[in-house]
Design a binder for this molecule. Structure first.
Ligand code: 6GU
Length: 226
């Protein structure tokens, strides 16, 4: 899978994909992430990519020409399945969307800044608008990192134990059960007996029950889908 990202802060997007699972995904050739600096696509002086908004008001808007130029230049070589704009007024990102996007071949992600991008770019180029939650970030880069992480770990062959992504919280609309490791007795705080029983069926039942309890207590909204 290939994910291209247009940003004014490419430096911000180096580290998140250079460690752990995403690094492994890239090293295995399963995921390719490319960042493109929007300033490389402007014809304005001093690499200008934003301007005052028509109608007045505080805050700059990202100009349409550099963005259109970047999108059209990249689209010449690659056919994108989706051109995604990251914005707080987009559709809320969730596991279902991560699953869906992980099945695509080529994605283009646009990171906004300031007051956002010119509406005409949204109307004529963007195919999907995504928010990662109901709060405002100063730019789309951290949201892009969240998307790429959530998507990248789902690609077949990225995780060692392929079942482990399937067992994540949310994958079946249930939160994950509690987990324990050695020692079985830590400061007299003991691991639940059933996990030491060696009976896989009992363990599975216990985990499912814990998942249900936890979801009921913490996220009853998820059970609405059951
Ligand atoms: Cl995708 N971008 C920005 N700037 N803020 C956000 C967001 C995205 N999602 C939640 N807040």
């Amino acid at each position: 899978m290939r994910i291209d990202i247009i940003t004014v802060l490419p430096e911000l997007l180096q580290s998140p994909f250079s460690h752990s699972i995403l690094k492994r995904a890239k090293d295995k050739g399963l995921l390719q992430v490319n960042t493109y600096n929007l300033r490389d696509y402007t014809t304005y002086k001093h690499g200008q990519v934003d301007d005052y908004q028509f109608g007045g008001g505080a805050g700059m808007v990202m100009m349409p020409e550099p963005m259109a130029n970047a999108i059209e230049t990249l689209s010449k070589d690659i056919s994108y399945d989706d051109i995604i704009y990251l914005t707080p007024d987009g559709k809320r990102f969730d596991q279902r969307e991560a699953n869906h996007l992980s099945l695509q071949q080529n994605l283009l992600i646009i990171c906004g800044h300031y007051k956002g991008i010119d509406e005409r770019i949204r109307q004529h180029f963007i195919t999907k608008e995504i928010s990662i939650g109901d709060y405002v970030l100063s730019g789309g880069e951290l949201a892009a990192a969240v998307l790429v992480d959530a998507i990248g770990r789902l690609l077949p062959g990225v995780l060692n134990d392929e079942t482990s992504a399937l067992m994540d919280s949310f994958q079946d609309n249930l939160l994950a059960p509690p987990v324990y490791t050695r020692p079985a007795d830590f400061r007299n705080w003991k691991v639940p007996e059933v996990l030491l029983s060696g009976d896989p069926k009992k363990v599975e039942e216990w985990r499912h029950d814990q998942s249900l309890q936890r979801t009921k207590q913490r996220r009853p909204d998820l059970l609405g889908d059951f």
